[in-house]
Design a protein around this ligand. Structure first.
Ligand code: HEC
Length: 160
């Protein structure tokens, strides 16, 4: 028979191990603050508002982008591309979309000399608002495109 004290110590040790495990699981969410959640109704509702206030003027109320978005305009800059399934927004994994929105195209893509009309929203929108706007955009894609984007995210995570 073990002395009672030892049993208590073993129980305490197990509680400590469990607590650490639970903390680790909890931090999975926060270690990916850029993860889009198109199925989160509350987040998507906020995202719609952020999109209308901050993105629609260029990317279009219906995500349609600006006309002739593949050709540079008179200012030499590219027009705003659509965010619907016809554009290439869904060709980028979550983290890249987040970085483009927060830091602008040049910093996100590490292209020092890339002049762009896409603003950087750092200091204007919080991270949660950026994720909300992008989650709303994703929620508007057809299910098949959302699934392909999920696969792209998995491939991106595996490549790290
Ligand atoms: C002033 C106009 C303007 C506003 C406002 C704007 N964008 Fe853009 N955005 C652009 C332009 C122009 C591009 C293409 C830039 C380039 O390729 O240099 C772009 C590109 C992007 C891209 C990359 C798309 C791709 O296919 O590679 C993302 C993502 C994006 N914008 C998200 C947003 C979000 C989210 C908002 C609102 C929070 C927003 N943009 C607001 C003009 C704008």
């Amino acid at each position: 028979m073990f002395p009672r004290k030892l049993l208590w110590l073993a129980a305490l040790a197990m509680i400590a191990v469990l607590a650490v495990a639970i903390m680790r699981i909890g931090s999975i969410g926060t270690s990916e603050p850029w993860r889009l959640k198109p199925d989160d109704a509350k987040l998507v509702a906020l995202g719609r508002q952020v999109y209308e206030a901050r993105c629609a003027s260029c990317h279009g109320a219906r995500l349609e982008g600006q006309p002739n978005w593949r050709q540079p305009g008179a200012d030499g800059l590219l027009p705003a591309p659509p965010h619907d399934a016809s554009g290439h927004t869904w060709h980028h994994p979550d983290e890249m979309l987040f970085r483009i929105t927060k830091y602008g195209v040049a910093r996100a893509a590490k292209l020092a000399n890339h002049a762009s009309a896409m603003p950087a929203f750092e200091g204007v929108l919080g991270d949660a608002e950026i994720v909300a706007a992008l989650s709303w955009i994703k929620s508007q894609w057809p299910p098949s495109v959302q699934t392909r984007h999920d696969e792209l995210n998995r491939a991106d995570a595996a490549s790290r």
